[in-house]
Design a protein around this ligand. Structure first.
Ligand SMILES: [Zn+2]
Length: 222
């Protein structure tokens, strides 16, 4: 149900949006995360806790979310760190007191926000949350990309920007593979994407001066 917006964003930004990270590890967008939700039982040795965790997992899987339970013997704190390191977008914490109150705690990996949710609203809340996280990550990536994108119309400008700044450069290109190969060889820079919204920055290729065919985002090759 979320395929339209996800497909578009991943196509436009390619590798840029695919992998995020912070000091705690990876931050994966829900669309590509192999596990979207990790259920972490608190005081799992207490009666009924693990059963409830498995029950929540089944409910979430039935609602279409890639869900796991961390039922290992590690401490909850350790499990939290592991879930954060792996970039799993959402964790659900469930302990004896939560079960008593018919609630659980949800924590977003991308911004650390914690939300208390009634157990019977868990699936609906997770559904909205995953869409929201995907959108927020997309918006942040887009903003970051815009803030680190420059324009060049001459070879000198093109080279100067890559020498002095980190980020991407919008520039016109002749469309010839030979020219692109040469740019890669000379500058270790490759074409990243051809935006749908084309803008004519100049009528000449930024590198070889032949007639320009399209505007391309260029970035350093890794
Ligand atoms: Zn060219």
């Amino acid at each position: 149900m979320h395929q339209t917006s996800w497909g578009l964003s991943t196509r436009i930004f390619g590798a840029i949006i695919m992998v995020h990270g912070d000091d705690s590890g990876l931050v994966l967008p829900p669309a590509i995360a192999p596990t979207q939700v990790m259920v972490i039982p608190i005081q799992q040795k207490k009666e009924g806790v693990l059963d409830k965790a498995y029950e929540l997992k089944e409910t979430l899987i039935r609602s279409g979310f890639r869900t796991k339970v961390d039922d290992s013997d590690k401490s909850p704190g350790f499990k939290f760190s592991e879930q954060e390191m792996r970039g799993i977008p959402v964790r659900v914490e469930i302990g004896p007191r939560d079960i008593e109150n018919g609630k659980c705690l949800i924590c977003r990996r991308d911004n650390g926000e914690k939300i208390e949710v009634a157990l019977d609203e868990l699936s609906d809340t997770i559904a909205k949350l995953l869409v929201q996280i995907q959108q927020d990550m997309y918006d942040r990536a887009k903003k970051h990309l815009e803030e680190h994108t420059y324009e060049a119309t001459t070879k000198e400008e093109f080279e100067k920007i890559f020498a002095e700044r980190s980020g991407f450069v919008k520039a016109m290109w002749c469309g010839e593979t030979e020219c692109e190969e040469k740019i890669k060889e000379d500058m270790a820079v490759t074409s990243r994407c051809m935006p749908f919204e084309q803008k004519c920055l100049s009528d000449k290729c930024v590198y070889c001066n032949k007639p320009a065919k399209k505007m391309v985002y260029w970035g350093r090759a890794y």
